[in-house]
Design a protein. Structure first.
Length: 533
């Protein structure tokens, strides 16, 4: 085999070098040594049993090099196989060997399973297609060791059955596993040769406690029972807190800290860093990239789900038959479920064709258009909603003019947007773009955030007097959402409008606004909007 063992867009390429995988180190050693064939091939006084820190620090870079080493990964795999060739032990029945297929393949599976458990814990369960890909990549990876492939499962179902059967029938409290558990409970028993003794004595207990939490929280229950372990309620709560903290902090770290050196070297060598399409900030094409995320409450656009009910609360029930609500930048129609029963014909305007198709499925009458040039008649709307759009437009004055033009006298303008302040830039871009469920990276251009005074003045010029109020996610709800205990986050009032704010105002009777872009539309129909389904 030549070239990369997995494709740069594959799951192993993106995640095997992730430093979060180090949290699964104790789990990996324990699951390997709980297999009788692995235990039988080593003695309990072997260095890699007595000193797991030494084994992990030496073995992991070599294992990563098989995947990330390109053509040289074949030689690395061969070297690992030759090293294991000398790992033998004579027990009461026969000579045990570390290259026995059952022992070697199980040790390999433990690494692959750790990747899946890491993603499940911190990013959510993999889809079936992703699991299929991970399984196929793991087989390609295993082939680089040159070990007998007869134990390889034939497909994903066979792979799952192999793991379930091994956990239920094979794993047990072997002497090596018992010794590993003793070290996890008393980490001072194992020396770390890479740190001064005084420093190791300070950090070994909290570090081992974190590894212990992850090991117990992600190991199958049947294995915990066989090892005489159980997850206490306090430990389960501590694990949820750990997961929430990692989810918040991890994306804020620079790439060089999030990936291990072997992976970073491969990314630099190939120019294939683990990221999505690179687009300019505020590029509308990002919404096409995220087309499948619109209706996922825990997806990349989760924040918009939180804002929709808060936005809908600002819209009163219709006061006349045939009332029209124009939803600017409606996306996939997330506002629609929250407007049901209020008596409006919901018209959604957006540039994204894929989003409009989804909006139409939720009862929205759709118009594909730019909010700076609305193909709608003057005064056609009882309510105009401009939610999370003004911070994306390059001409705030034109956007406000068009929104006010299509609003009838006495109609209501509803806005929510991001303020042009240091606080907003820090929270909405520096922080929120790095928090799971926050704002997708590159979604906002800091130069386009909205000057509150300019917005108020532009609306006043067009007959709408705005009233502003601050809004923010509930801190408790956000923590619960990050820990997986809630599927949504309430938006609550904030004492400041310096970050995210809402605004509303009624258009004064007698105010008329006409835009050159709308002359032809106005001449055709001065009462009703033109819409398409």
């Amino acid at each position: 085999m030549s070239g990369e063992v997995v494709r740069p867009e594959g799951l192993l390429w993106r995640h095997l070098g992730d430093r979060r995988l180090l949290l699964f180190a104790a789990r990996g050693v324990l699951l390997q040594l709980a297999h009788p064939d692995v235990d039988a091939s080593v003695a309990t006084d072997a260095d890699w049993v007595r000193q797991p820190w030494i084994r992990s620090s030496r073995a992991l870079p070599q294992i990563l090099a098989v995947v990330y080493g390109g053509a040289a990964g074949v030689q690395t795999g061969d070297r690992i196989r030759r090293l294991h060739r000398d790992v033998t032990r004579v027990d009461e029945t026969r000579l045990r060997h570390a290259l026995e297929p059952q022992a070697f393949y199980w040790s390999h599976v433990v690494f692959v399973d750790a990747v899946e458990r890491m993603l499940e814990l911190f990013e959510g369960p993999l889809a079936t297609a992703e699991r299929e890909l991970l399984f196929k990549e793991s087989c390609q990876w295993y082939s680089r060791y040159g070990v007998n492939p007869r134990v390889l499962p034939t497909d994903l179902a066979d792979y799952d059955a192999y793991i379930a059967d091994t956990c239920a029938r094979t794993l047990r409290l072997t002497p090596s596993a018992r010794h590993t558990l003793a070290i996890m409970r008393q980490p001072g028993l194992a020396r770390n040769p890479y740190l001064p003794n005084w420093l190791w004595s300070l950090i070994c207990r909290p570090a081992s406690w974190l590894l212990w939490l992850v090991a117990k929280g992600t190991t199958p229950r049947v294995v915990l029972d066989r090892l005489g372990l159980r997850m206490r309620r306090s430990e389960a709560m501590a694990l949820r807190v750990l997961v929430a903290v990692v989810k918040v902090c991890w994306p804020m770290l620079p790439t060089r800290l999030r990936y291990m050196p072997t992976a970073r070297a491969a990314f630099a060598r190939t120019g294939r860093w683990p990221s999505g399409p690179i687009r300019a900030r505020n590029d509308p094409a990002q919404y096409e990239d995220l087309a499948d995320e619109w209706w996922q409450p825990r997806g990349a656009l989760a924040g918009l789900h939180w804002l929709a009910p808060a936005r809908a609360r600002m819209v009163p029930p219709a006061v006349r038959d045939g009332a029209v609500l124009v939803d600017l930048a409606c996306g996939a129609g997330l506002l629609a479920p929250h407007l049901r029963g209020k008596g409006y014909t919901h018209i959604g305007v957006d540039l994204s064709s894929s989003a409009l198709r989804q909006a139409a499925d939720h009862g929205v009458r759709t118009v594909r258009a730019d909010v700076l040039r609305l193909p709608l008649a003057d005064g056609c709307a009882d309510v105009v909603v401009a939610g999370e759009i003004l911070e994306h437009v390059t001409d705030l004055s034109a956007a406000v003019a068009e929104a006010c033009r299509v609003l009838r006298p006495g109609g209501l303008l509803v806005i929510d947007t991001l303020a042009a302040t240091f606080l907003s830039r820090f929270l909405a871009i520096t922080v929120a773009e790095r928090v799971p469920g926050g704002i997708p990276r590159g979604m906002h251009d800091p130069q386009l955030l909205v000057d509150r005074a300019a917005l108020v003045e532009e609306c006043r010029r067009h007959g709408v007097v705005l009233r502003l109020s601050g809004i923010r996610p509930s801190a408790l709800d956000l923590l619960s959402w990050l820990s997986g205990r809630k599927d949504t986050v309430r938006m609550v009032p904030s004492p400041t409008t310096a970050f995210l704010f809402q605004a509303s105002g009624v258009k004064h009777v007698g105010t008329t606004v006409r835009s050159p872009a709308s002359e032809s539309a106005t001449d055709r129909d001065s009462t009703h909007p033109r819409v398409s389904r």
